[in-house]
Ligand binder design. Structure first.
Ligand SMILES: Nc1nc2c(ncn2[C@@H]2O[C@H](COP(=O)(O)OP(=O)(O)OP(=O)(O)O)[C@@H](O)[C@H]2O)c(=O)[nH]1
Ligand SMILES: [Mg+2]
Length: 433
């Protein structure tokens, strides 16, 4: 999924990042390309239009074009807007009552029955004890299909004694309660098209079953059709969320990127295959990172922004480029990095940056490093290569440390210098700072 969108985003980002300054024309041109690729992926037109407008407005409002690193900043804006259209935060399945009733709705073949089994299996991890309820009595074999799904998932199954779906959902929760199930998943019938008779029946069922969730199961392969149908179901039944299935196939991503913005109902789960375990929680931020192909680097951008003053970062960057990184910078750097949380964690987030070298620097060591660097002359701090044996001895005495400690510090300094240099090089391929 998202293959084409990913490609065009990465192409445009590369272009933007390759420029030190971005003009409004560069921005317009890139956004036009993004717009085209989103439309090609079958994202809803209004959603695309608003997305492009919002990115532009934010880019201009935040004066991105004039910022230190416009190519990187614009990625951040695009990322944030993507998360917005995908639904902001993840939304968990909501439970209420005993048993809590979840109704699955959707057109024929969208994946309701399969999803019923997957969801029951998924909820086991949340310690829910689920009974599946077949309310599709119209299609021959549908009840038996769900029975098999329940057996496979190792969850309960309600054996209906009526053909009337409304009667079934009236009785099933009571039976579930008596038998000790806390969750009931109702598999409803699907039709080829949205149809008034079906809507009427589903409404009646919902009135009786009082579900805590009415989840619309949408076939992710069908793009904008899925979005339109979701809208109709929502208008009739006030759905509480969406499960998007078949995202393992060659779905272009149009439904995933449109459904929340159009219906204002969150995608809660996604189906990524035919097996029982092929269901996942939907995380807007993770999907956005995936689309942008950036992984955890984005988290790092945010952390870095909070902690680094832009000007200081720029000064440092220039020094690093010219390989003039000195001990004063080293000290400032260690202090700043320490403010960003555990060093090991931070280093892990940067692809290609080894955690070694900085991870062992704790507070106590920091005090000693400060003492050592403070005992140096300014010349020594700026040009550490002049630190010969006798200078090291003098500094050790002055700072109350030992020559070994100074040697070790210089090793760490060299390592950091090297690491940052190679990091800067890779940085041109899409890393912060
Ligand atoms: N690849 C893939 N196939 C899926 C997924 N979810 C469901 N399917 C397949 O889609 C087909 C239809 O699934 P069902 O669960 O029977 O759909 P339904 O909505 O219950 O259909 P009706 O009962 O006829 O309304 C089956 O062949 C499933 O295996 C998914 O996430 N990925
Ligand atoms: Mg079915």
């Amino acid at each position: 999924m998202f293959g084409n969108i990913q490609n065009s985003f990465s192409r445009i980002f590369k272009k933007w990042r390759s420029k030190g300054k971005l003009t409004e024309e560069d921005l317009e041109q890139g956004l036009l390309e993004i717009k085209k690729s989103l439309l090609e992926a079958d994202v809803n037109y209004d959603v695309v239009k608003k997305f492009i407008e919002d990115v532009k407005e934010n880019a201009i409002g935040q004066e991105i074009l004039f910022s230190l690193n416009p190519g990187q900043m614009i990625v951040k804006v695009v990322y944030e807007e993507l998360i917005k259209i995908l639904g902001k935060a993840k939304k968990e399945i909501y439970f209420k009552g005993n048993p809590s009733v979840i109704m699955l709705l959707g057109l024929q073949g969208s994946g309701k029955t399969t999803t019923a089994g997957k969801l029951a299996n998924f909820l086991k991890k949340k310690n829910r004890k689920t009974m599946l309820v077949p309310a599709d009595t119209r299609r021959p074999g549908a009840v038996e299909q769900l029975r098999q799904v329940a057996e496979q998932a190792g969850v309960g199954f309600y054996k209906p004694d009526s053909d009337d779906p409304v009667e079934i959902v009236r009785k099933a929760p009571k039976v579930a309660y008596i038998e000790g199930y806390d969750t009931v998943i109702v598999d409803t019938q699907g039709r080829l098209h949205v149809d008034t008779a079906l809507m009427q029946e589903l409404k009646k069922m919902a009135k009786v079953a009082k579900p805590s969730e009415k989840l619309f199961v949408a076939d992710g392969m069908t793009g904008q059709d899925a979005v339109k149908i979701a809208k109709t179901f929502d208008e009739n039944l006030n759905i509480s969320g969406v499960i998007l299935t078949k995202l393992d196939g060659d779905a272009r991503g149009g439904a995933a990127l449109s459904i929340f913005s159009v219906t204002n109902k969150p995608i809660k789960l996604i189906g990524v295959g035919e097996k029982l375990t092929d269901i996942e929680q939907f995380y807007p931020d993770r999907i956005a990172s995936r689309i942008l192909g950036m992984g955890d680097v984005l988290t790092l951008i945010e952390k870095a922004e909070e902690n680094f003053k832009a000007e200081e970062a720029k000064r440092l960057e220039q020094k690093l480029r010219k390989a003039k990184f000195n001990l004063e910078d080293f000290l400032a750097q260690i202090k700043q990095i320490k403010n960003m949380g555990p060093l090991g964690n931070l280093a892990k987030m940067i692809p290609g940056m080894p955690a070694k070298g900085v991870e062992n620097i704790d507070d106590k060591v920091l005090v000693r490093i400060e003492a050592i660097i403070n005992s140096m002359t300014r010349e020594e701090r700026l040009y550490p290569e002049i630190l010969n044996g006798s200078r090291r001895k003098r500094i050790a005495t002055g700072s109350g440390t030992s020559v070994q400690e100074i040697n070790q510090l210089m090793k760490q300094f060299d390592m950091m210098k090297k690491m940052m240099k190679s990091y800067m090089k890779s940085g041109r391929r899409g890393l912060p700072f």
